[in-house]
Design a protein around this ligand. Structure first.
Ligand code: PMP
Length: 615
């Protein structure tokens, strides 16, 4: 490696360090009680599973050294698939080298132009990346709020003309440990002719008949689960090894062999892995006693920490900052407990946590020790567990371009919000001498306490990076993000409308633009576009760029001369939940805003349905 590249990487790493976000490879904490791995049934340390792997390796060799399509396929792979399909009472299964690859391959194989994927906001990174690949194949992806069935339904309704619709969810979420409303999702899928993809990584082994997962549980209760197009079973969680099965119809299996690039172009797993999985499934099927122990202990731990009752083995203990999470994990380690911090960007900023995983082999004494360690902290942490408690309900107002009407939309949002409770307006970076803060304050009739002063007021009417240079300052991305985080804390419990600058690719510095700011601040947002000529292109390009960052606007505002055809086209194409039209007001004043608000309800944008999860 040459010096330039090494220096660059070293600088970036130093920044990760400075933000407390440096990640390290770590092994099992030797001699510590395991509250971190996903080996909930203890099968990773099971001698019989290990013996099955060893015997198969001796008999069939170390590995395959070929793709399953080019000589790497083995009878043991197919045997493991049969055992897994039988366990889940399904037609067929297909073994991938990992769950990450299985999700990528599955979503990519379903993706075609115009197909819709609705993905839960808390879905695993492999689903997020699978959706990104689907987008590259010109599928549409809508990210729905966590466990929000109504949002899923709205997205499906908007996509009635899509060739196919898929709803993608985990059955037990990996970071929050809560269960997806699978029954309600099945119902919505049935009514809107959509298909459900269920990642059962954290459910299989623990929930359902013989540990066969949530979908099996519903099937056993007599529900029609034919809307489930595919389930994912990972070998690296309760089965204690690695690899993953996509479980479903034999036609799906055949299709994946044609289409799933993460299967076609990767080396087949060693036959010994398949042998290990067969043995692990055999053990998991009869592990009812271990399952009850895990669930009972997870509930006992959660109750002691005043947390909601967990649905499976994962107990998320939210502390709200990376530093605190790291410090607590370190203190737990000193007490002999292997507990790990989960930080942003794995979880949203402000929900940094200890992800506690309870295992069948954890002793009562170990669990008591963990409870004792965390109980004091719990008294403090439960107060700040949710970012929606004690911090502002923030909403960013983003434009497709400059001068599209963000300020009017901000004023409308503020006018609506202050009539229903406390509201604050914040424009972090003001460029030009016409102050948007003053305009919004005038239009929405704000008192001085209802707006926060900008972090920067830069007189040149130009992009923030240029206006900053002209004023002799440099904008610091971390300081901007801290400023926004502080505004959210200070505007406690209020609705906080944050008006951002220009369009998405507007630079704050040459290496940090609006899109990155939105992504890193993890702000909910609305998109403002002009209603007239050119908006179809600009709006869809902006939506594409937002969604590539996994950002989903709650609403689209079309501002200016009414253009019914554009509004209708965007309602059909944009897949945004709410589309509002805001005319050019003859007189731009409070009365005009109130007249518009009398005809249009902004409540679903400012206060979407309460979210049952910790997010
Ligand atoms: N899906 C979910 C829900 C997961 O939690 C994980 C692993 N953390 C995966 C998929 C990926 O599985 P693997 O580790 O086998 O790649």
């Amino acid at each position: 490696m040459n010096d330039d590249l090494r220096d660059h990487l070293a600088r970036e790493l130093a920044q990760q360090d400075a933000r407390g976000l440096r990640r390290n490879l770590t092994g099992r904490g030797d001699g510590l009680a395991d509250f971190t791995t996903n080996d909930v049934l203890g099968l990773a340390r099971d001698p019989e599973v290990a013996a099955a792997i060893a015997a198969a390796a001796l008999e069939h060799g170390a590995g395959t050294a070929a793709s399953r399509l080019l000589g790497g396929d083995h009878a043991l792979h197919r045997a493991a698939e049969g055992v897994c399909a039988d366990w889940l009472q399904a037609d067929a299964a297909l073994l991938f080298p990992s769950g990450f690859q299985a999700n990528l391959g599955l979503l990519q194989a379903f993706a075609e132009p115009g197909v819709l994927f609705v993905s839960d906001a808390a879905n695993h990174a492999s689903i997020v990346d699978g959706c990104r690949m689907a987008r590259a194949a010109r599928a549409h992806v809508v990210v729905s709020a966590h466990r929000d069935v109504a949002a899923v339904e709205r997205a499906l309704k908007h996509a009635a003309h899509a060739p196919r619709r898929f709803v993608v969810t985990e059955s037990v979420f990996s970071m929050d440990g809560d269960r997806a409303p699978i029954e309600a999702l099945l119902d919505v899928c049935e009514r809107h002719d959509a298909h459900l993809v269920v990642d059962e990584a954290h459910a299989v082994g623990l929930l359902g008949p013989r540990g066969a997962g949530v979908v099996s549980e519903l099937a056993e209760r007599g529900l029609d689960v034919s809307r489930v197009a595919a389930r994912l079973v990972t070998g690296g969680k309760a089965l204690g090894q690695s690899g993953a099965f996509v479980v479903g119809d034999s036609t799906l299996r055949a299709w994946l062999i044609q289409r799933a690039r993460s299967l076609m172009f990767t080396t087949a797993p060693p036959p010994a892995l398949a042998a290990g999985l067969i043995e692990a499934i055999r053990r998991a099927r009869t592990a009812d006693a271990a399952r009850s122990t895990v669930l009972r202990n997870a509930r006992r731990l959660a109750a002691a920490l005043a947390l909601p009752e967990p649905d499976a083995a994962i107990v998320p203990f939210v502390v709200g900052s990376s530093e605190r999470a790291l410090e607590l994990a370190q203190r737990a380690r000193e007490a002999g407990l292997d507990v790990r911090a989960v930080r942003h960007p794995t979880v949203p900023r402000g929900t940094e946590r200890l992800r506690l995983v309870v295992h069948a082999f954890n002793t009562d004494a170990e669990i008591d020790r963990l409870m004792a360690r965390l109980r004091d902290e719990a008294r403090h942490a439960t107060r700040s567990a949710s970012p929606s408690i004690g911090t502002a309900r923030a909403l960013a107002v983003v434009g497709t371009d400059t001068n599209v009407g963000k300020t009017v939309v901000s004023a409308l949002l503020m006018r609506h919000a202050r009539a229903r409770g406390t509201a604050r307006y914040f424009k972090p970076v003001q460029t030009g001498t016409d102050s948007d803060t003053r305009t919004v304050a005038r239009l929405a009739g704000l008192a001085a306490v209802e707006w926060l002063a900008p972090l920067h007021e830069l007189p040149l009417p130009a992009s923030p990076h240029e206006a900053a240079a002209a004023a002799g300052v440099t904008l610091d991305p971390d300081a901007l993000l801290d400023g926004i985080a502080r505004a959210r804390e200070n505007a406690r419990d209020a609705a906080l409308v944050i008006e951002l600058a220009g369009g998405l690719r507007v630079p704050y510095t040459l290496r940090f633009d609006q899109g990155e700011l939105l992504e890193r601040a993890a702000l909910p947002l609305v998109l403002v576009a002009r209603s007239g000529l050119g908006t179809l292109n600009h709006t869809q390009l902006t939506l594409e760029a937002l969604r590539r960052r996994h950002l989903e606007p709650r609403a689209l505002f079309l501002v200016g001369e009414p253009h019914p055809s554009n509004a209708a086209t965007l309602r059909a194409l944009a897949h945004v939940e709410h589309v509002y039209e805001v005319p050019q007001f003859l007189r731009l004043n409070t009365e005009a805003l109130d007249a518009w608000l009398a005809q249009n309800d902004l409540e679903p944008v400012l206060s979407p349905r309460p979210n049952p999860s910790i997010r």
